[in-house]
Write a protein that binds this ligand. Structure first.
Ligand code: UDP
Ligand code: GLC
Length: 388
């Protein structure tokens, strides 16, 4: 089966990292079309996945855009749509991996008569998207032959926003457990390089954005014993520079400059996670899935996650991790202190998490689920052609 994948981003967010794993089995028979140049393209090339940047013109629609702004951007999209229509004639189906990709893919699939698959990585709720954006996404997604969602939480929000339930299949993100095996020597080296050998390191691995809640962790840190330190791994991928400034101000005013390190965007996540004593996920709005939660489990590091959205499908508190009320730094402090004081219990929880996550989220199982769904789609589409 030949697949044209489309993704709007030039930068590797979670949806893009997930797409690398999905496209990999089709690398001889696919193209990933991007709507922006950047390091995501380099990553795809590194994995030998064919990639082409289809436009260099920024698409102006934002998550909170109004209808008039949305319509204005449609005229800007015309050349890109024409290009996708032409390219898609050489493929069996179009797979849209992001919302803006869906807009282009839905129109192109109408003209090139190729089935459309939409992979929804977002929770389509008012907390994340304007009403206009939700309406456009749901109406276009309802024209797809299949909507793959990354969690029950994303499915629920999609249906509540008017999405057709019968189109939806839940497929969690897949991971290669072998990538998360590190040796003690390397782990100790990293702790030494960070000059945090004797500290209790709490790692936060997300892009710097207000809803990812790094400020909640900083607030919690202020009440923790002095040996607790925080590393913030990730960058402001989508222009959230004001939030970065705000984080630095918060750290200064709480006099935590010596206990927080900003490491920027890194490509050695498994090793860094293994070097942490605890990974904290602190999103203040519901997390659609939360790759970092599963990655922490695979690294064998205990994880505390904000109890909302997809995170509650991944973590059972006290069994394979800890859950904390979103936006509640006090509770987070208490959990950090528990992990600090009861290492034996926490290690046992982390081991259990590693074992179960290695099975439940194994990329081979996840890719098989997707392959079956796409094969079924191809059969249905052939039958329709034969009957028409
Ligand atoms: N990540 C990374 N380098 C960083 C910070 C994060 O590669 O410096 C990765 C992280 O390991 C995870 C992804 O970015 O795989 C973020 O995905 P997640 O689902 O947690 O959140 P998203 O940003 O997609 O909302
Ligand atoms: C999105 C979501 C994140 C999810 C990722 C992969 O970026 O924000 O929660 O883990 O997609 O599905």
């Amino acid at each position: 089966m030949k697949i044209l994948f489309l993704d709007q981003s030039g930068k590797p967010g979670g949806a893009e990292l997930c797409l690398i794993d999905i496209a990999k089995p089709y690398q001889k028979n696919c193209l990933v079309g991007l709507f922006a140049d950047g390091s995501f393209k380099d990553l795809l090339e590194k994995h030998d996945i064919p990639v082409e940047v289809l436009t260099n013109q920024a698409i102006q629609v934002k998550k909170e855009s109004s209808l008039s702004q949305g319509l204005a951007s449609m005229t800007q999209l015309a050349p890109l749509i024409a290009k996708v229509v032409k390219i898609s004639r050489n493929y069996d189906l179009i797979y849209a991996n992001t919302q803006k990709a869906l807009v282009v893919a839905a129109i192109a699939s109408f003209f090139s008569r190729r089935p459309l698959v939409f992979h929804l990585h977002d929770i389509l709720s008012a907390e994340h998207f304007s009403k206009t954006n939700r309406t456009i996404s749901v109406n276009l997604a309802n024209r797809a032959s299949l909507v793959i969602v990354n969690s029950q939480a994303s499915k629920k929000a999609f249906i509540e926003a008017g999405g057709k339930a019968e189109l939806v299949e839940i497929v969690y993100n897949g991971f290669e457990p072998q990538k998360y095996i590190n040796n003690r020597i390397e782990i100790n080296q990293v702790r030494k390089q960070l000059e945090l050998e004797d500290k209790f390191i709490v790692g936060h691995f997300s892009r710097l954005a207000p809803w990812k809640g790094q400020h909640i962790l900083i607030e919690a840190l202020a009440k923790c014993p002095p040996e607790v330190t925080v590393i913030l791994v990730g960058d402001a991928l989508f222009g959230e520079q004001d939030y970065v400034k705000q984080l630095h101000q918060q750290i200064d005013s709480l006099q935590l400059q010596n206990r927080v390190k900003f490491l920027g965007f890194r490509n050695d996540i498994p090793l860094l996670m293994a070097a942490c004593n605890l990974v904290a996920h602190t999103s203040t709005s519901p997390e659609p899935f939360g790759r970092v939660i599963v990655e922490a489990m695979l690294s064998g590091t205990p994880v505390v996650a904000a109890a909302s959205g997809g995170a509650v499908e991944l973590v059972e508190s006290g069994v394979n991790g800890f859950l904390s009320t979103p936006g509640n730094p006090q509770e987070l402090t208490e959990i950090i202190e528990t992990c600090l004081s009861d290492k034996q219990k926490t290690d046992a929880i982390a081991q259990k998490a590693k074992d179960s996550a290695s099975q439940r989220f194994h990329v081979a199982n996840i890719n098989q689920q997707i392959a079956l769904l796409l094969q079924q789609l191809a059969v249905n589409s052939e039958q329709r052609t034969a009957n028409s």
